[in-house]
Design a protein around this ligand. Structure first.
Ligand SMILES: [Zn+2]
Length: 313
């Protein structure tokens, strides 16, 4: 395994190194304890299972060659942890020891990324992108309601849970940013997206349209979980200056509290296939949005260890 990179000139006390190296890790079935790692969240989730196999293999080997137990335990512990049957010593359940003050702060929020489907169009975790169309492509939600925010000039709708969260976010945004939310686009049907995309492709060409508009069946707006937002004065409608308005800045820092994520961030174009859209927010629920916020995860593709989706197949 790879230990977290440490700042030069700082060494962990020998006792701490020994304890981290030799102590059995607690069983973490169904939970993800934050450990600095380049591996993806989903890969980390699979590690307890892998550790069980590793431990089983070690026990079998033991019976065959009769090696002192402690040697095997240390080997296992170095291999990312977990002798699952071991009872953790008190205090070792805490991910960060006091001397780990330069390690990332352990997250109080653990999440099981397998609890909801990313394929079912009715799941609030469904991942839709250029390589993952909705299935069926003309799927439509059954629980659309008209969004109640400061301004909804087009009478836009979203799925009930997302609309309720957006309503609460609007109330708080008014208090904390001084600006209420205007929604300029919510749910869009397959047919609506078809005509929008066709119009953009006619105007700008298909290649250009593909950088900012989804082909029908590939739009997050069709899930009923996404919305395009703008500030009240409408000086910037679906344009990225929105990101530096009081409301845009507040949303970027606080939308996670209400279960929303900015879906298309700058610097993630190679992953999402879309240019930055500071106005486009996607509801994923508070658990996932909080986890992404705390762990600095910027796309749903990264959260679920999915392939990048820069282009249509
Ligand atoms: Zn949008």
């Amino acid at each position: 395994m790879r230990w977290p990179r440490r700042r030069p000139g700082r060494r962990r006390p020998a006792r701490a190194r020994l304890r981290q190296t030799s102590a059995p890790r607690p069983p973490i079935v169904g939970r993800l304890l934050w450990r600095p790692s380049r591996r993806s969240p989903r890969q980390r989730l699979r590690e307890p299972a892998r550790a069980v196999l590793t431990a089983t293999a070690a026990v079998a080997l033991l019976a065959a060659v009769i090696v002192p137990t402690s040697t095997v335990m240390i080997t296992d512990a170095r291999d990312e942890a977990a002798t699952p049957s071991a009872t953790p010593a008190p205090g070792l359940m805490t991910p960060a020891a006091p001397e780990d003050d330069d390690a990332p702060t352990p997250s109080p929020g653990a999440i099981d990324l397998n609890t909801r489907s990313i394929d079912d169009p009715a799941s609030i975790w469904v991942v839709v992108n250029k390589v993952r169309p909705l299935q069926p492509v003309d799927w439509a939600p059954g629980d659309l309601v008209t969004v109640d925010v400061t301004s909804n000039p087009g009478g836009d709708q979203m799925r009930a849970e997302a609309a309720e969260a957006l309503h609460r976010m609007d109330q708080t945004a008014r208090d904390e940013s001084g600006q209420g939310i205007t929604i300029v686009s919510g749910y869009r049907s397959y047919e609506r997206q078809q005509s929008l995309y066709a119009a953009y492709a006619r105007r700008d060409g298909q290649a250009a349209a593909d950088t900012y508009s989804s082909r029908p069946g590939h739009s997050e707006h069709q899930t009923g979980l996404s919305c395009d937002l703008q500030q009240p004065d409408a000086s910037c409608s679906v344009c990225n200056q929105f990101g530096s308005s009081p409301l845009g800045e507040w949303l970027a820092g606080n939308a996670w509290r209400f279960g929303f994520v900015q879906r298309y961030e700058a610097g993630q174009e190679h992953v999402t296939g879309f240019m930055e859209e500071t106005w486009h927010y996607r509801y994923v629920g508070v658990d996932l949005a909080t986890w992404m916020h705390e762990h600095d995860v910027h796309t749903l593709e990264a959260a679920f260890s999915l392939p990048d989706a820069p282009d249509y197949p």
